[in-house]
Write a protein that binds this ligand. Structure first.
Ligand code: SAM
Ligand code: DTB
Ligand code: SF4
Length: 329
């Protein structure tokens, strides 16, 4: 978009010194004022009618040692999932080609690990290189990384690493006990320092308060550099997991979270992530108005269902939205 430097500074400042009270004040705005502000910021850096689409593949499924209370892939919960070992490279590339044929510009590969083993990283690098050769951007999410593993991924050409903070530091221990918030921040710092683009966001609808949502966004925005990609997931409630059956969040509170993320991180891709299957088309349209400009696209997320691609195509047609914008701002 062709905004003058003055307009950019006034309408969409890039700040890393936000205070919690300022973010809570954004959450407290009348809904229409909040959405207007978010859409105004959105238009400074982005074409409002263009949405980036990423497809997901679970390259290693289930049997995970961690106890994340939302996750069907934890070995601790009885979630009726078939565990699968790390996939062969050719099967991954076949899925990536299909995702590309359907219009995805980025291919995100997720593994149910606390952290990868060095020998796993070699195979993941082969996947990354193969997917890049198809002309797609690459993203992986493998859990905690060592310095060496991070560098191997960078040298292998990885574009993005996804590692979510999930919630506020205060609420975190209600959800996960097998690794700390600081462990997550350490991995994120390694990824940033290695020069890999950061994809980091969280999950809402886990019983957290609005202050927890504000604190999650505070953590993200006050990082030395904003994550290039910010996935906002609505909890997908899976039977057998501890969070199954929790009261669902008011959908308008979810839209508010998207809008505040957009205002805080004007240049980032804010992704309307898990949970779309349970959202109406109208709610998704509100999320796009609030500044979401990326989605996970394809009939499956990692292990749960996502809207069918033809449904998403119809929604994009109805909204006059185009798929595109593979690169960061
Ligand atoms: N095992 C690695 C890790 O946890 O870092 C990578 C895969 S993990 C499944 C990736 C992310 O998916 C989690 O951090 C969480 O934010 C999201 N996620 C998992 N289960 C979810 C659910 N039921 N609803 C919404 N998001 C979920
Ligand atoms: C992210 O923030 N959401 C994606 C991706 N990053 C890896 C995962 C969503 C998983 C939803 C539950 C499942 O399908 O297993
Ligand atoms: Fe394992 Fe990741 Fe699921 Fe946690 S979110 S249980 S680390 S797969």
């Amino acid at each position: 978009m062709s905004a003058t430097p003055e307009l950019i500074t006034i309408a969409a400042p890039i700040r890393h010194d936000w205070q919690l009270a300022e973010i809570e004040a954004l959450f407290a705005l009348p809904f229409n004022d909040l959405l207007f502000k978010a859409q105004t910021v959105h238009r400074v850096y982005f074409d409002p009618n263009e949405i980036q689409v990423s497809s997901l593949l679970s390259i290693k499924t289930g049997s995970c040692s961690e106890d994340c209370g939302y996750c069907p892939q934890s070995a601790r919960y009885d979630s009726d999932l078939n565990p699968e070992a790390l996939m062969p490279v050719d099967a991954v590339l076949k899925a990536a080609q299909q995702a590309k044929d359907q219009g995805a510009s980025r291919f995100c590969m997720g593994a149910a690990w606390r952290s990868p083993k060095d020998r796993d990283i070699q195979r993941v690098v082969e996947m990354v290189q193969g997917v890049k050769a198809l002309g797609m951007e690459t993203c992986v999410t493998l859990g905690m990384l060592t310095d060496k593993q991070t560098q191997v991924l960078k040298d292998g050409g990885l574009d993005y690493y996804n590692h979510n903070l999930d919630t506020s530091e205060e609420y975190y221990s209600e959800i996960i006990t097998t690794r700390t918030y600081q462990d997550r921040l350490d991995t994120l710092e390694r990824v940033r320092d290695a020069g890999i683009n950061v994809c980091c966001g969280g999950i809402v609808g886990m019983g957290e308060s609005e202050t927890d949502r504000a604190k999650l966004l505070l953590q993200l925005v006050n990082m030395p550099k904003h994550p290039e990609s910010v996935p906002i997931n609505m909890l997908v409630q899976v039977e057998g997991t501890p969070l199954h059956g929790i009261d669902s969040l008011d959908p308008l509170q979810f839209v508010r979270t998207i809008a505040v993320a957009r205002i805080l991180m004007p240049q980032s891709r804010v992704r309307l992530s898990a949970g779309r299957k349970d959202m109406s088309d109208e709610m998704q349209a509100l999320c796009f108005l609030a500044g979401a400009n990326s989605i996970f696209y394809g009939d499956k997320l990692l292990t749960t269902d996502n809207p069918m691609t033809n449904h998403d195509q119809q929604l994009f047609d109805r909204l006059g939205v185009r798929m595109g914008g593979s690169s960061y701002a």
